[in-house]
Design a protein around this ligand. Structure first.
Ligand code: UD1
Length: 419
């Protein structure tokens, strides 16, 4: 098992290219199951989650290759209908195959994902949305068994309550092959959802309202294989920005969409960072302690839950008391106890954390518990005095490509050790 050894504090200085978005590529990979032939997706990051999703697609009979950022998915013989418990429990995003398998194969057996480190993560909206298209859904021994009715899926009307990224993607993928009009209301408008809708539309789907909360889909269509370039990872960009806010320095990030970063940029500006935007690039500079702030995570265009842990690390060294409320996953605070090991002063009450800023963090051994929590610990380690050891970095490899090499290129003293 690998770990990172970080010697701090160091400032971060230089330039980095941001990779393609994990949360955009996974639904696109699932969408390849909606057509026969070879889908080609560009700007694909080489992440453990992407490799794992390739394994799932291979299990369904697809051929997959990822070389130099180009992902080829051949579905000519993808006849499988099952995603097993063993796969789904390792990666919740496996649930994305449900909609495509139901709509294209007519039947799907997909394990129920179960909970995760930050509490229950239900999929009832995925199932209710597909039921609104006429799907017959049964829960059998831990598996979702979904079947199209006689005559196939038909258009329907469904409202997501609350807004769900996964639910919107899954039901949208099923709806493009349903007969007639489907109206999906209160859809997630995260850039990754919009990217999926664009990918489907470019492949022949008829979708109105892309980028808005109401999607109108006319079906059925015979989709062509996908040809898409993955959008930049706003969370990866935001993570490096948080690193500068925490450790100080100046970094220019290229290959970004600055509009997607607006919710993150707004908070970091309030915290005293100097941020300048150019088309496709953003530069952040920070010196001295950040200013305390108040953050509530919300669906896009609100502040992303996937940046909550990293911003908490910034708040930990802010001048003053900060408040962070988690509006998506009330229990998503597994990083708090580890940040406390680095000297942070944080109190959690329900879904709200109060962070009393301290002048400096101190290095210590810590344990990564999930992807974004791990990123927060790595950033904290870069800024902390002394040696920080982040154990269980496989969490971070799921969603950041070679983060240690990229932070090292900005001046961080960080190395990977196998233990
Ligand atoms: C969520 C985040 C996404 C993030 C991902 C991984 C939002 C809106 N979603 O996406 O940005 O990248 O975690 O960290 O910020 N819910 C139900 N029933 C369902 C599905 C969801 O009640 O069937 C609830 C969830 O409990 C949660 C909210 O809806 O409170 C949003 O969940 P959802 O967007 O579906 O979760 P993910 O797709 O995992």
């Amino acid at each position: 098992m690998d770990r990172f050894v970080i010697e701090g504090p160091t400032r971060l200085e230089g330039e980095l290219e941001v990779g393609g978005a994990k949360n955009a590529v996974l639904p696109l990979m699932a969408a390849a199951l909606l057509a026969r032939g070879d889908s080609i997706i560009q700007n694909v990051p080489d992440l453990h989650d992407v490799r794992f999703f390739m394994t799932i697609l291979e299990g369904l009979g697809a051929t997959c290759s990822l070389v130099g950022g180009e992902l080829r998915l051949g579905t000519a013989e993808a006849e499988g209908r099952e995603a097993s418990y063993d796969l789904v429990r390792k990666m919740r995003a496996s649930i994305y195959v449900l909609g495509p398998l139901l709509a294209f194969q007519g039947e799907a057996f997909v394990s129920l994902p179960g909970g995760c480190a930050w509490g229950p993560r239900p999929v009832n909206l995925h199932l209710e949305g597909m039921a609104a298209l006429g799907a017959e859904i049964a829960l059998e021994r831990g598996y979702i068994h979904a079947r199209v009715p006689r005559g196939g899926l038909r258009g329907g009307r469904f409202r997501f309550e609350p807004v769900s990224v996964g639910g919107t993607c899954n039901v949208l993928m099923a709806a493009v092959l349903a007969r007639g009009e489907t109206v999906l209301e209160n859809c997630a408008i995260e850039p990754e959802v919009t990217a999926l809708a664009i990918g489907l539309r470019d492949a022949g789907a008829v979708i109105e309202g892309i980028g808005t909360p109401t999607l109108r889909i006319q079906g059925p269509v015979t989709l062509r294989p996908l040809q898409q370039t993955v959008i930049a990872d706003r969370i990866e960009a935001g993570t490096f920005m948080a690193g500068v806010a925490l450790a100080g320095g100046r970094v220019r990030l290229t290959g970004v969409d600055t509009v997607h970063l607006d919710p993150i940029t707004a908070v970091l500006r309030e915290m005293g960072c100097a941020i300048t935007e150019e088309p496709g690039a953003i530069t952040i500079a920070a010196d001295g302690r950040p200013v305390a702030t108040e953050i509530i995570t919300r669906p896009y265009p609100g502040f992303p839950t996937d940046m909550q842990a990293q911003l908490m690390a910034v708040c930990a060294v802010a001048d003053g008391t900060s408040f962070i409320s988690e509006g998506i996953y009330a229990d998503r605070f597994t990083h708090v106890a580890e940040l406390q090991r680095l000297g942070a002063d944080i109190r959690v009450d329900g879904a709200r954390a109060t962070i009393f800023g301290v002048p400096k963090l101190q290095g210590a051994p810590v344990m990564a518990s999930d992807l974004r929590a791990s990123a927060a610990l790595v950033l904290a380690g870069v800024a902390a005095e002394g040696t920080t050891i982040v154990n269980r970095v496989y969490h971070i490899d799921r969603g950041y490509e070679c983060i240690e090499e990229r932070l090292a290129s900005l001046g961080a003293r960080i190395r990977r050790e196998s233990v």
